[in-house]
Design a protein around this ligand. Structure first.
Ligand code: DQA
Length: 266
């Protein structure tokens, strides 16, 4: 019952997006523990802080490929996080995550997660290829789960035309949210990422997440609302990517930028 409530919240966000009514982005906090004890402790903190969305980074969890164990643990996690939207992510090593895995293993993991009925969203890497993406997209949508299609580059920022091509591929593969996180080397890279995000937001009318990582890119996390970003990531214990800032600070920044956005709309 309570899980449905989290799903409804996401549904409302998507409706608003369709009406081009940009609103304050949701904060998503990643759980990066490797043991059940650590993950549950992080989840408790998220619950106490009334975090809107929590990302379980399965590539950080030791037993992610032991499916019965993983699912039993997910049930416990969900009991703590019943008010939150729960995003399940396996970030592969080639996109900055902690573990490598074969495509077949990746698909199997997500199939278990989708069918468990215990998560609201999944993050699927665009680089998995059209066939794998299609398969997971169909299964997720049949089970009323939302899909974030994502691209990460922890080394550099590809040129604007490439960023737009990725957003375009994500939208045409029917993603519910389009997500790009890149590493800027210069301030121009940060600006290019911001411009590509604005352009994609106007073109596709889909919620997106656009992040420039590291110190240089912090601005994209706090002024997410101006890029059309529906979600921004913040840390509660350990950050899962360079440049993430603590949730208490993030809340202050978001409400500051939201008040500016509201004034501009008046
Ligand atoms: O993709 C993302 C965004 C992120 O990389 C960030 O830069 O905040 C953090 C990851 O946990 C998440 O999966």
């Amino acid at each position: 019952m309570k899980e449905r409530r989290a799903g409804d919240q996401m549904e409302k966000m998507m409706m608003k997006e369709k009406q081009s009514e940009i609103k304050e982005p949701l904060i998503c906090v990643p759980l990066t523990g490797s043991s059940p004890e650590r993950i549950l402790a992080e989840a408790e903190k998220c619950r106490e802080a009334k975090v809107a969305m929590v990302e379980w980074r399965l590539d950080c969890y030791d037993d992610c490929f032991c499916f019965p164990k993983m699912l039993a643990f997910l049930k416990k996690l969900r009991e703590i996080l019943h008010e939150q939207q729960l995003l399940a992510t396996f970030r592969t090593r080639k996109e900055g995550g902690n573990k490598a895995c074969e495509t077949a293993q990746y698909i199997e993991l997500y199939e278990h997660l989708i069918k468990s009925d215990l998560i609201d969203l999944i993050d699927v890497e665009l680089s998995m290829g059209e066939k794998a993406v299609d398969q997971l997209m169909t299964l997720a949508h049949e089970n009323n789960r939302k899909v974030i299609l994502s691209y990460h580059n922890f080394q550099q920022t590809p040129p604007p035309a490439t960023l737009l091509r990725y957003f375009d591929q994500m939208a045409s593969l029917n993603a519910d949210l389009l997500k790009i996180a890149v590493m800027p080397q210069t301030e121009e890279d940060v600006i290019q990422l911001m411009l590509a995000a604005r352009e994609a937001h106007q073109r596709y009318h889909k919620p997106l997440i656009a992040i420039a990582m590291g110190e240089l890119g912090k601005i994209t996390r706090v002024c997410a609302e101006f890029l059309g970003s529906a979600v921004t990531f913040a840390s509660i214990d350990h950050s899962s990517a360079p440049g993430q800032i603590p949730i208490s600070q993030m809340r202050r920044y978001l409400s500051f930028f939201h008040s500016i956005a509201a004034q501009l709309k008046e």
